[in-house]
Design a protein around this ligand. Structure first.
Ligand code: PD2
Ligand code: ZN
Length: 279
């Protein structure tokens, strides 16, 4: 017979579930706190037996964007391009892709974006509006979905690679980092505790994944960093880093930032994926 779960653990699990955290997020938190998955499963099963109304067994999100890594492929056919799988991490789910864009596509995106750059704004979850953010010293712009041939082709490729409809993606964002510019660590999902978030979520729901693609490499610095897991992805032209977060929760360990560019200029394109159609 198994040990019953402690009252403190039960109370914590109930409060987390009541606050809307999913079972996968609880599992990640418990794993981070040193619990074995089997012990977590047992605790959740016991909780469910005592609290059938809590619906412990049903994860909030069943489908997530991501590449098909079944069989540990070195390459993935993304429709019009054979994309390389360079690195993968499971918790958090991170995949580094090579050969994602051609040099001509990188140049074309930069040329079309350059004339439309403005100091980057970020969505402010407090109000739902856009604000200048001191944590982000890059300049940027957004393309409409399908705005030009390169954008449309890239969006089809991303949809095939990540198995997520084009319509669920936000417009492509382009960022330029001059020397000294950086993007301090942040989460890409919208903070559920902020009053402006419900307004933002009306358009496509939460963000569930990010693909940062490197269009121009700086001479030094500018890695995409994941401080919670000690990962740094080098900003190599034509490559990209994908990561997903099934819950808007730090337990996903998807805190990430753009390290300061020390020399040269870094350009990236970011594609954010929503849980539903983004109109
Ligand atoms: O440019 C980057 O490396 C970077 C880092 C963190 C981009 C973003 N976040 C983003 O566009 O959200
Ligand atoms: Zn980000």
């Amino acid at each position: 017979m198994s040990q019953p779960i402690s009252p403190e653990l039960r109370e914590w699990l109930v409060s987390q579930l009541a606050a809307g955290h999913s079972v996968p997020a609880l599992r990640a938190s418990m794993r981070a706190a040193g619990w074995q998955d089997a012990a977590t499963d047992l605790a959740l099963a016991q909780l469910e037996a005592g609290f059938p109304h809590v619906e412990v067994a049903r994860p909030r999100r069943t489908e997530m964007p991501g590449p098909d890594l079944e069989g540990a492929p070195l390459y993935i056919d993304a429709g019009d391009r054979r994309v390389q799988v360079l690195q993968t991490m499971r918790h958090p789910r991170v995949v580094v892709f090579g050969n994602l864009l051609s040099p001509e596509e990188c140049e074309g995106l930069i040329a079309a974006a350059r004339v439309r750059l403005a100091r980057s704004l970020t969505v402010e979850t407090r109000t739902g509006g856009e604000v200048l953010n001191v944590d982000r010293t890059s300049e940027g712009m957004f393309f409409e979905r399908g705005e030009n041939d390169i954008v449309a082709r890239l969006e089809q490729r991303i949809a095939a690679l990540l198995r997520w409809p084009v319509e669920f993606g936000e417009g492509l964002q382009i960022l330029r980092y001059a020397p000294g510019a950086q993007y301090r660590p942040h989460y890409d999902y919208f903070d559920p505790g902020e009053p402006g978030t419900p307004t933002i979520l009306k358009r496509g729901g939460q963000r569930v994944a990010t693909l940062v693609m490197y269009l121009q490499e700086p001479d030094q610095g500018g890695a995409t960093t994941f401080p919670d897991v000690g990962l740094e992805v080098a900003p190599v032209r034509g490559t990209g880093v994908f990561f997903s977060y099934e819950d808007p929760d730090p337990a996903t360990r998807t805190l990430h930032g753009g390290a300061p560019v020390l020399a040269g200029e870094k350009w990236v394109a970011t594609k954010w994926l929503r849980e539903r159609e983004f109109k």
